[in-house]
Design a protein around this ligand. Structure first.
Ligand code: GLY
Length: 438
């Protein structure tokens, strides 16, 4: 079975590794960087811009792949699945019209409204600075300001966090609209308060199979402080819930995902085939923060590291529209990203990393390469996240201990990671924060 993986980050390394557990899989890759983890698993790699969907389809056809797995959102929003499917190559990852669930936040909120899907937030979209500013004067509650289009997960600003007051919110609205950020339109949403969690599902157009819940940490520094990043690390629990999540809340979130898949089909006439990522906020009520049209990054590393089902088989079931149960082991995971100093603001790229992969393996941890480049047998950082390290154990605290020990085997100048992710101190703080709300 020949499979193409598009994307060169740790998420795609985790997908590649899971696919390669099936000995029948021969892997091919499209990525712009030189990710050594993915390259080692592949028969052939085309290093080109992942947004060049025509070139990707030509490479896929030349290699004779049976299906493609597209990791990142940007090629999906640019129509990668459409181009591949037009060339007769099935794709794990939705067509562009369906990828709007992530690439167009106005579409996402409108879909939830139109199909009466619960857990939506009050929202309004603007492409005029003055109209948005008048709205901010009149809205009467704290808000989040988001560019409507894609920004690599770093465009959201929330009052009481990155925005101190209405004037800050107005200034950010101006920056987005006049700077053309994320398409130059803003969506202003009521601020949701509580604890965020990620619930992802495999989707075959009709059926869904939920994955374990995960909590990501977007802030750059210890104690959930600093600027937002693509995600600094994440954890999951052995019961596939989280310490602050009950089964009924996860069931409610699962129903929202299922109803969204149905609504997408009604709205577009197309079947969503791939991964649907729901980000939820649990506060007084459950709220949808966003949907993504792909695996979360880092969350993919948590769930794929404990996947028991054959991922290649799951993908074939998605293509054929007969998705059944997907099994995960009952273990906890803690993932920490090692990133260059200044990541998300002004990164120090081009640093050499030395990694003792054997030691990491011997600790029972797993390493996934992210946005690094291998040149003449050496690994160099880029401006984005460098490597993800996962500890896996029966409890979150043991997984965290293993992860920290394994992180010691990644050495280099001007890199850092968040030591607090998955620690009981941080988790207790989250539980305490929720006590006042529920
Ligand atoms: N972890 C956040 C994301 O993948 O968008």
């Amino acid at each position: 079975m020949k499979v193409l993986i598009v994307g060169g980050g740790a998420r795609e390394h985790a997908v590649s590794k899971a696919l390669k557990k099936n000995p029948a899989v021969k892997l091919y890759s499209v990525m712009k960087n030189r990710n050594p983890g993915i390259m080692r698993l592949c028969e052939e790699v085309s290093h080109h811009d992942e947004l060049d969907t025509t070139r990707t389809a030509e490479f896929a056809a030349k290699m004779g792949v049976d299906f493609a797995f597209v990791g990142p959102e940007a090629p999906l929003a640019a129509g990668c699945a459409d181009v591949l499917e037009n060339a007769g190559i099935p794709c794990i990852g939705p067509k562009a019209v369906l990828a709007r669930i992530e690439s167009d936040k106005e579409f996402m909120r409108g879909l939830l409204d139109k199909y009466n899907i619960p857990c939506n937030l009050r929202h309004k979209t603007f492409d005029s600075v003055s109209e948005a500013s008048s709205y901010l004067d009149s809205v009467g509650c704290d808000v989040a300001v988001k560019p409507v289009g894609l920004t690599g997960g770093k465009g959201v600003k929330v009052m009481g966090e990155q925005l101190s007051n209405v004037d800050d919110a107005k200034a950010y609205v101006r920056e987005v609209i006049e700077g053309g950020i994320g398409g130059g339109k803003v969506i202003i949403e009521e601020k949701a308060v509580g604890e965020e969690f990620t619930l992802m599902a495999f989707v075959d157009g009709e059926n869904i199979a939920l994955m374990p819940a995960v909590q990501d940490h977007k802030r750059a520094f210890v104690g959930d402080t600093g600027h937002n990043t693509g995600g600094m690390g994440s954890y999951s629990d052995s019961n596939h819930l989280l310490p602050f999540l009950s089964e009924s809340v996860v069931e409610e979130a699962g129903r929202v995902i299922k109803e969204t898949v149905r609504a997408l089909k009604k709205e577009t006439g197309e079947k969503y085939k791939g991964i649907l990522y729901g980000q939820f906020m649990l506060g007084r009520d459950l709220k949808v923060i966003e949907f993504n049209c792909r695996f979360g990054d880092p969350e993919a590393m948590n769930v794929l590291s404990i996947l028991e089902s054959d991922l290649a088989g799951v993908c074939q079931d998605i293509v054929r529209g007969r998705l059944g149960d997907v099994k995960f082991s009952g273990q906890a995971t803690v993932c920490k990203y090692i990133v260059p100093e200044g990541y998300g603001v002004k990164s120090t790229a081009g640093q050499r990393l030395t990694i003792d992969e054997e030691k990491i393996k011997s600790l029972g941890a797993v390493l996934y390469y992210a946005a690094v480049n291998e040149e003449a047998g050496e690994i160099f950082t880029t401006s984005s996240r460098s490597v993800g390290v996962i500890g896996i154990a029966d409890t979150i605290s043991e997984a965290e201990r293993i992860c920290e020990e394994a992180v010691e085997s990644v050495r280099g100048e001007h890199i850092y990671h968040r030591r607090d992710i998955g620690t009981s101190g941080l988790i207790e703080k989250k539980l305490d924060g929720l006590k006042g709300l529920r």
